[in-house]
Design a binder for this molecule. Structure first.
Ligand SMILES: [Zn+2]
Length: 258
């Protein structure tokens, strides 16, 4: 893989195509927001966003960089078709490139891929039944829309693992990774971020309900499906959500956009 660009100078965004510049700013914002929510895991986990039509060129976080410090100019630009130069000092683990590159290439709708070990989704993924039951408006958003991977086999990431995860995800947007965490995709950074946000909130509500020890009242499949369909008319909300979060960052933590 080739690092197409890994600029670090604050003004380096100026020479980039406007589309890439915006993708960098949005993805850097997503990293900082996720860190604020305490859904990061030390300096691990990866977010990526495709920059080419075939998904094989994509931006990703540099190696060992804390989410809370991410800058748009520091994201590395990778090409899944060029494995010759994996030696760059900022290059992520090559297997992470392969997994994200494979998923971007195989799933046209996976323009943005976010993987985290967020607390409540990960806790739910560790239950014998990791299904996100539809018990309220937010959890019903995901009714019959989550793929579940019960095949955790350690940290053995590989190209084959990317193919396996892409097949498992299919046309869904959320992969609940049993005994591990979650992976969310979207057509844009805003949509993937909004999906992840509501997923973690839904998992929090379900885990808090479970924690009472009382029986959980699960919505009927008809009501859950109707609610999920209602959510699908709200895609504008995802863009407004990220835009508002960026306004908060602009006020309190503006370095992400450099
Ligand atoms: Zn992970």
């Amino acid at each position: 893989m080739t690092i197409l660009s890994s600029a670090s100078a604050p003004d380096s965004l100026a020479g980039l195509p406007e589309t890439e510049r915006q993708l960098r700013i949005d993805l850097a914002a997503a990293f900082r927001i996720i860190a604020r929510l305490d859904w990061h895991e030390a300096v691990a986990n990866h977010f990526s966003v495709a920059t080419s039509a075939d998904g094989k060129k994509f931006l990703m976080n540099p190696k060992w960089k804390h989410f809370s410090l991410m800058r748009a100019s520091e994201l590395v630009h990778l090409d899944a078709d060029d494995a010759s130069t994996a030696e760059g000092p900022d290059a992520p683990d090559p297997t992470a490139w392969f997994i994200h590159g494979t998923m971007h290439a195989k799933l046209p709708q996976a323009r943005c891929i976010l993987h985290v070990h967020s607390p409540y989704a990960t806790a739910l993924s560790c239950l014998a039944d990791p299904e996100l039951k539809p018990i309220d408006q937010t959890s019903a958003r995901f009714f019959n829309r989550i793929a579940i991977d019960k095949g955790f086999s350690g940290m053995a990431d590989s190209l084959d693992e990317g193919l396996r995860l892409a097949d498992l995800l299919g046309n869904r947007r959320v992969l609940m990774m049993g005994n591990h965490g979650v992976l969310v995709i979207g057509n844009s950074v805003a949509e993937a971020f909004d999906e992840l946000y509501h997923l973690e909130r839904a998992c929090r509500t379900l885990m808090l309900a479970y924690a009472t020890g009382q029986p959980v009242s699960v919505l009927s499949p008809e009501i859950a499906e109707a609610t999920a369909q209602d959510w699908e008319t709200y895609s504008d909300g995802a863009f407004a959500h990220l835009a508002e979060m960026k306004r908060i960052l602009d006020r309190e933590d503006p370095g992400y956009a450099n």
